[in-house]
Design a protein around this ligand. Structure first.
Ligand SMILES: Cc1cc2nc3c(=O)[nH]c(=O)nc-3n(C[C@H](O)[C@H](O)[C@H](O)COP(=O)(O)OP(=O)(O)OC[C@H]3O[C@@H](n4cnc5c(N)ncnc54)[C@H](O)[C@@H]3O)c2cc1C
Length: 381
């Protein structure tokens, strides 16, 4: 939000902190863990509280890789970038497994399944499978529909998993050892001198040595640098009542080039998300996290057509805001003219695939001066 003259009167107490992270989502809490491991005293502050943004509204799919078919991604980014992003994704999953083991996190090693909605998509899927295999990536290609629900082909990635995302971020925060200042929106950031950043918030003016923004979709409100580079994009989900006859998907299933996704929840419901492709004008470039009728109707129709055996009513509906970067890769860098203010943003619908590894690179950039590689925002200059 913007702030008025009356609200921002500068009389908040000054609070000195060491390493300040703005945003207590999956990425901010992961960054807090890595900065803590590097010996820094970390404070996280958030407009709301731990993981109340996209990080607790997602479907919990831990899918390795980018959200673009492998052969398309290589054409678009080049093979070196694609390989680096897959390695970053594997690193991320290794971190998340480690975090989850340290807490009470529901987790299912069910693999993922990318399914083709049409014969044309099946043809593309086969090309993706061949490109993955040629690059030595472990997948299983199936030229028919393993779910027997009218899909045309599938790629299974056996190493993928489903997770309870809210529990995951809670446990990452606990393991980070960071202090949290919740209910505290940041509205201005100034680098006072070479060693000090002033961060203006509702409760305090923080005086920090370094600041890392993990504000994803909301970054555009905080600093104009992000305008045109990060596009806030809504995603919506429906969940049925518990299924009387047991699970129906048994994997993290997604189709229509990733625009549709479905899984069984840990308490035995069917979750379906997506429907954004058919309603892009409504769902792109918004920060309103209310559900919308056209997308909700689309999801309901999909449920009734693909899963006619599921007759349970819809129990819950929600939406969340993702941060899409302009070229599809996460962005790590420093704000222009602010050498001690870094950021790690732009995780699309793949924060569980890229978030923790990217957060680690962002912390290394801030503390050791290392190059973030393919996720460096320098590519967008
Ligand atoms: C419906 C839906 C389904 C999804 N499904 C999946 C999936 O299955 N798998 C997957 O990998 N990804 C999925 N995603 C994407 C994933 O959730 C995100 O990529 C990930 O959560 C991004 O984490 P983050 O920490 O960067 O952002 P967020 O979780 O959004 O955290 C940003 C935080 O910054 C805080 N903040 C922002 N501005 C300020 C400010 N000025 N002052 C203080 N605090 C501020 C916000 O309150 C928020 O807590 C999905 C997303 C949605 C919405």
């Amino acid at each position: 939000m913007t702030v008025s003259l009356w609200q921002a009167n500068g009389t908040q107490p000054i609070r000195e902190v060491d390493f300040l992270i703005v945003g207590a989502g999956l990425v901010g809490c992961s960054a807090a863990y890595f900065a803590g491991q590097a010996g820094r005293n970390v404070t996280i502050t958030d407009t709301r509280d731990i993981a109340l943004g996209a990080s607790s509204r997602n479907a919990g799919f831990m899918i390795t890789g980018l959200d673009t078919y492998y052969h398309h991604a290589t054409e678009h980014y080049g093979i070196d970038v694609v390989r680096e992003m897959w390695a970053l994704s594997r690193t991320t999953h290794a971190h998340l497994r480690y975090f989850a083991r340290g807490g009470d996190v529901e987790w299912h090693d069910c693999g993922s399944m990318l399914l083709a909605e049409s014969k044309e998509e099946a043809h593309d899927l086969e090309n993706a499978a061949r490109a993955l295999e040629a690059d030595g990536i472990e997948i299983e290609y199936c030229s028919s529909d393993p779910l027997e629900r009218g899909y045309h082909a599938a790629i299974r990635q056996p190493q993928d998993a489903a997770v309870q995302p809210y529990q995951l971020v809670q446990t990452i925060f606990k393991q980070s050892g960071a202090e949290l200042v919740a209910n505290n929106e940041v509205y201005r950031i100034e680098q006072a001198d070479d060693d000090t950043v002033l961060v203006y918030t509702r409760q305090f003016i923080f005086k920090a040595r370094e600041v890392l923004l993990c504000t994803n979709a909301y970054s555009v409100i905080l600093d104009p640098y992000f305008i045109g580079k990060i596009i806030p994009t809504r995603a919506q989900i429906i969940v049925t009542a518990p299924l009387k006859n047991g699970p129906v998907v048994n994997t993290c299933g997604y189709s229509d080039y990733g625009y549709m996704y479905y899984r069984d929840t840990f308490d035995g419901r069917l979750l379906i998300g997506g429907g954004r492709k058919q309603h892009k004008a409504l769902e792109n470039d918004t920060m309103d996290d209310r559900t919308t009728d056209p997308v909700q109707r689309f999801l309901e129709n999909y449920l009734r057509e693909k899963f006619p055996d599921v007759t349970e009513p819809i129990d819950m509906r929600w939406a969340g805001i993702m941060g899409f970067s302009i070229d599809g890769l996460p962005m790590v860098g420093k704000l222009p003219g602010k050498s001690r203010v870094g950021f790690a943003v732009g995780f699309h619908g793949h924060g569980l695939a890229m978030g923790a590894g990217t957060a680690e690179r962002a912390v290394d950039m801030m503390l050791k001066g290392t190059d973030p590689g393919a996720v460096s925002a320098a590519r967008l200059r």
